[in-house]
Ligand binder design. Structure first.
Ligand code: KIV
Length: 263
């Protein structure tokens, strides 16, 4: 099976063209995204967008494995990233045994972990044991409870220095790319410019090496709130509600099914 993208082709896009990443949690949507996207992220955001929870923290490794397999079934040619859930990479041995489980039980191409300099040893251990790693720096959704909310990063010199150090540490540890989330645009650009691997932004402006969005946000399916950084490319919720309302009306009026839908 030839994949659309590989680690080496992903790295080669740096300075050439922006990478396109999107999340998916199931086979049907993944199959629809394959033609247009370089990478599909099975994000632990599925805990909110799929399971309806208020944050990502209760996602389990088993759930990530289940959804990663579904995505890989739907998008067999896509480069697929499996997000490691909260609590599954607290030390390097735990991280490695959990990442090996992901690699043995799914065809995922790499895993993603949140954290910078503080996670560099773990990233290095994973990479030196055959696990490809995508980093994730800046706003870390798995730290929402300890930080008391989702806080945009890069707002002062200390935070800027921290972001630059985080990016360099993750690159030095062997990650092949990283996500940067919720960072002031000019700072994210500076961070992307200080490493040689692609830095893919979400809420991090246009000067980085690619973009990622949660699919249910960009398709307008998630109605509860729309973060500032999301562009809705479809009014999915309205379209779905309208279609289901028409179906309900036609069932009630016996307009559906017609002869052509009948054996
Ligand atoms: O879980 C997720 O969807 C993510 C993106 C926000 C990058 O980590």
């Amino acid at each position: 099976m030839t994949k659309n993208m590989t680690i080496s082709s992903i790295k080669k896009t740096k300075g050439v063209r922006p990478l396109v990443m999107i999340t998916a949690y199931d086979a049907i949507f993944a199959s629809l995204f394959e033609a247009s996207c370089d990478m599909i992220l099975v994000g632990d955001s599925l805990n909110m967008s799929f399971a309806g929870k208020s944050d990502t923290l209760s996602t389990t490794l088993e759930q990530m494995i289940y959804h990663t397999n579904a995505v890989c079934m739907g998008a067999k040619n896509s480069f697929v990233i499996c997000d490691m859930p909260f609590g599954t990479y607290t030390d390097k041995d735990k991280a490695l045994s959990n990442a090996i489980k992901v690699f043995q039980e799914t065809p995922a191409d790499c895993i993603k972990i949140e954290g910078g300099k503080d996670k560099a040893e773990i990233v290095k251990h994973l990479c030196s044991n055959g696990i490809a790693v995508c980093g994730h720096i800046g706003l870390l959704p798995q730290s929402v409870r300890s930080e008391g909310g989702y806080k945009v990063k890069g707002k002062n010199d200390k935070e800027i220095l921290q972001l630059v150090e985080d990016a360099k540490a993750i690159e030095d540890a062997g990650a092949f790319c990283m996500v940067i989330e919720g960072v002031k645009a000019e700072v994210a650009t500076e961070v992307a410019n200080c490493v040689n691997i692609p830095v893919i932004g979400i809420g991090a402006g246009s000067g980085v090496d690619g973009q990622v969005l949660v699919f249910s946000d960009m398709l307008g399916l998630f109605e509860a709130f729309t973060p500032k950084f999301v562009k809705k490319y479809l009014d999915g919720a309205a379209l779905v509600k309208d279609a289901v309302a028409r179906y309900a009306d036609e069932v009630k009026s016996r307009e559906f099914p017609q002869e052509i839908h009948t054996y």
